[in-house]
Design a protein. Sequence first.
Length: 372
Amino acid sequence: MSDHRREKRLERKVRVRLIEDGQDTPAVTDNVSAHGLKMRSGRRHAPQEKLSIVLETAPGRPPVRTAATVCWEDERPGPGGTVTRTMGVRFDDPPPEFFEQLLTSDGERLFDRLEKIQAMPRIVLDLMALLGDPSSSAAMIAQRIHGDQALAAFLLRLVNSPLYGFPDRISSLQQATNLLGFVALRGNLMTFFSQTLHHAIPDKGLQDYLWRHALAAALFAKEIARHCGENPDDAYVAGLLHDIGKAGLFFLDPAAYRIVMDQFVKHPIDFAEAETIQFGFSHLPIGALLLTRWQVGEPVIQAVRHHHRPDLDHTGSRLPWITAAANGLAHELGPHGHWAVDPWLDHLGIDPPEALRWTEQVRTQVREVFGT
């Protein structure tokens, strides 16, 4: 599909309602990446005004509602003395179902550019189902992996890396499956999927940074979980996928996302804030949306959604705190060094200086996986 057709599809309209000071006003969305979600409304709205945006859902189901802030407004004269008012809004903490509704409202798909990553590969879905079936055997799993050369090569390279430290070289997929176990294999499947997705990003610098950071966060999360008595495999997956929404935003608008990345390379920034200024929303709800579509599991979804502000999670799970701390520690390996992670580690009962001592261990593990 040509870029021109994509842009036309991206500009399809979705009808919403704006609620402010008790007034209910109809509006129409226009474009997702014009420094905030662009809307046309009959009312005048001043910058920094707080609104509620409501999307109607299927008959019999309640509408989806989320808070937003007006970031700009513009008025232009139209034919016959009419005035066209447009504005950009930024979402405060939108739930994944809000974006899910934007994807399908009125049969239209506002976020068509996300279609590149809305499907998890069939091989991963099939294997996840097999791994969850008590009647599955290592031989059945190995046979299915044989059907995908890229996955088979990835798993054999991983199991033979110093990351696992097996004394003898392993050349059999069935042997690899037996040695790893089904739980570890599930995490490695998500590692393969994450790597494949990041490698689809044509910007080599961004691809390399996001994939290394994701792997480092996964390894830190696993270590943190071990030290605070939580499930290390769930923590690994949450750490691995915590920034998956960044890939989503890149596919939504590569040029706009490069602006955010350029800002990050030059100086430390709050990624979520910079993305919200550029797009109207950050990678946090987009990541949660994608994981919801992939049926990854609610604890991981909430950890990804709240890994910048784990205190906003109300499930009582410690996974968002683990993911937040792992993300901060992974930034220790990046261009800007130290990230403030002490409050999250303190919440988990982990001494921050002890956690920082894991940095060289994780740096070595990442190098081993990358071969550099």
